[in-house]
Design a protein. Structure first.
Length: 416
């Protein structure tokens, strides 16, 4: 896709990854985008403004108080000008300031003032990235719709290895293209004008402050579905349990921990949703009691009583609108189809995506999956082994067909 006519602000903060940014700016210019670069004072210590001015073919903005005629309104004009604002590299400092609403330089003032979406390419030392304060600030921004790219795992400038490297310029450029692709698709894609709610990943049920029970879900399938729905033009909200996956750009991201948190988030968003795809793996049981202190090691046996958690999908049956589409997932290890059909009926679903982790290539953590589609009154549709990206694209096409059928047919009777 050409980026002709797209207006992109690249905001640079002080980190060694600044040396990569001219390559990103050059790629944007070659794709036809108009680029304006804003550098913090610390960023100018790593790369000169002249380098970015030559690369972007425009003056570089570094000072809120530069002696120019337009200074009184520069931040407002730039904030309104942009179609997208990309902070690269984004240090822990700027992430913290933006999350707290601090606007004490040109870049943070424009971030605060712009109505444009903001993409954040984080870059910092692994210790800073894993600091609970940084993680809290990142979650705050993600919940507000900020898009995160990376950070990646690798060797740092100080020879330390871990998560914190800014992703390569090619990957940031790819995410920018996907953002604009998705924005264009919202007016013409298969899911244009549709609100899609996707859940993904595992849930954790606490035993004590340091231990929990969970499952082996990686979240890869749900994330792929969210990205496919986004690429088809849908307005996507992704509710995710704890995973090691990067947050997809162009979607609203909601982080949850437990099955109760998942139920709360789904119920909050479900009413205005056109389609729910429940790809998350809720815990079926939780500890009956949670200790507020770490349970000490003992030679005696530990008896843990488990109680059932809420059946989230079943609880939605009486709340759904006739035109809504609800898709569930069923992971079965025996009597696959019979168990899947029972779940389809009991939970009043429009579709079940059925798979068996014992199938080669379809187990946890794989990038491939082999599924069967179950729908009321229809024969089982068995799919071959595909990548999860391919599975997601085909699922979204089916969902789009189902939504189109609902919108062009008389209102169906409620399944509640």
């Amino acid at each position: 896709m050409s980026l002709s006519g797209k207006k992109v602000i690249v905001g640079m903060t002080g980190g060694i990854a600044c040396y990569k940014v001219p390559y990103l700016v050059r790629a944007l210019i070659k794709a036809g985008a108009e680029v304006r670069v804003i550098m913090t004072d610390h960023a100018t210590k790593f790369v000169t403004p002249m380098t970015l001015a030559a690369t972007s073919r425009n003056p570089v903005y570094t000072d809120m108080w530069a002696e120019r005629d337009e200074i009184a309104t520069r931040h407002i004009e730039l904030a309104r000008w942009a179609d997208l604002l990309v902070i690269a590299p984004a240090t822990a400092n700027v992430i913290g300031k933006v999350a707290s609403g601090v606007s004490d330089d040109l870049l943070t003032t424009i971030v605060c003032a712009t109505p444009a979406p903001v993409m954040v390419a984080a870059a910092m030392n692994p210790g800073m990235w894993h600091n609970p304060i940084t993680q809290r600030n990142t979650r705050t921004l993600a919940d507000l719709g900020y898009m995160f790219v990376g950070p990646a795992e690798g060797e740092m400038a100080e020879k330390q290895f871990g998560v914190g490297r800014m992703v390569e310029p090619e990957e940031i450029f790819g995410e920018i293209r996907r953002f604009f692709d998705a924005s264009a698709a919202r007016g013409s894609g298969l899911l244009a004008g549709k609100k899609i709610l996707v859940t993904a990943g595992p849930c954790r049920e606490a035993i004590d402050p340091v231990r929990f029970i969970s499952n082996r879900s990686s979240g890869k399938m749900g994330y792929a579905i969210a990205e496919a729905a986004r690429d088809a033009g849908g307005e996507v909200t992704l509710i995710s349990g704890p995973t090691s996956l990067a947050q997809p750009t162009g979607v609203t991201f909601v982080a949850i921990e437990s099955t109760a948190h998942l139920a709360e988030a789904v119920n909050l968003h479900f009413e205005l949703t056109d389609c729910l795809v429940m790809a998350a793996a809720p815990s079926d049981f939780r500890p009956g009691e949670q200790s507020d202190k770490k349970i000490k090691r003992s030679t005696a046996s530990l008896h843990l009583e488990l109680t059932p958690t809420q059946d989230i999908l079943k609880s939605l049956a009486g709340k759904r609108r006739a035109e809504q589409v609800v898709v569930g997932f069923a992971l079965e290890t025996d009597d696959d189809e019979a168990n899947g059909r029972k779940k389809l009926e009991d939970k009043h679903l429009d579709m079940i995506v059925l798979n068996n982790p014992r199938t080669p290539g379809a187990a946890f953590e794989h990038d491939t999956n082999q599924i069967a589609i179950l729908r009321p009154g229809q024969p089982t549709d068995n799919w071959p082994l595909l990548t999860k990206t391919e599975v997601a694209a085909r699922l979204i096409a089916k969902i789009a067909d189902m939504l189109a059928e609902r919108s062009h047919s008389p209102r169906s009777k409620s399944r509640g």
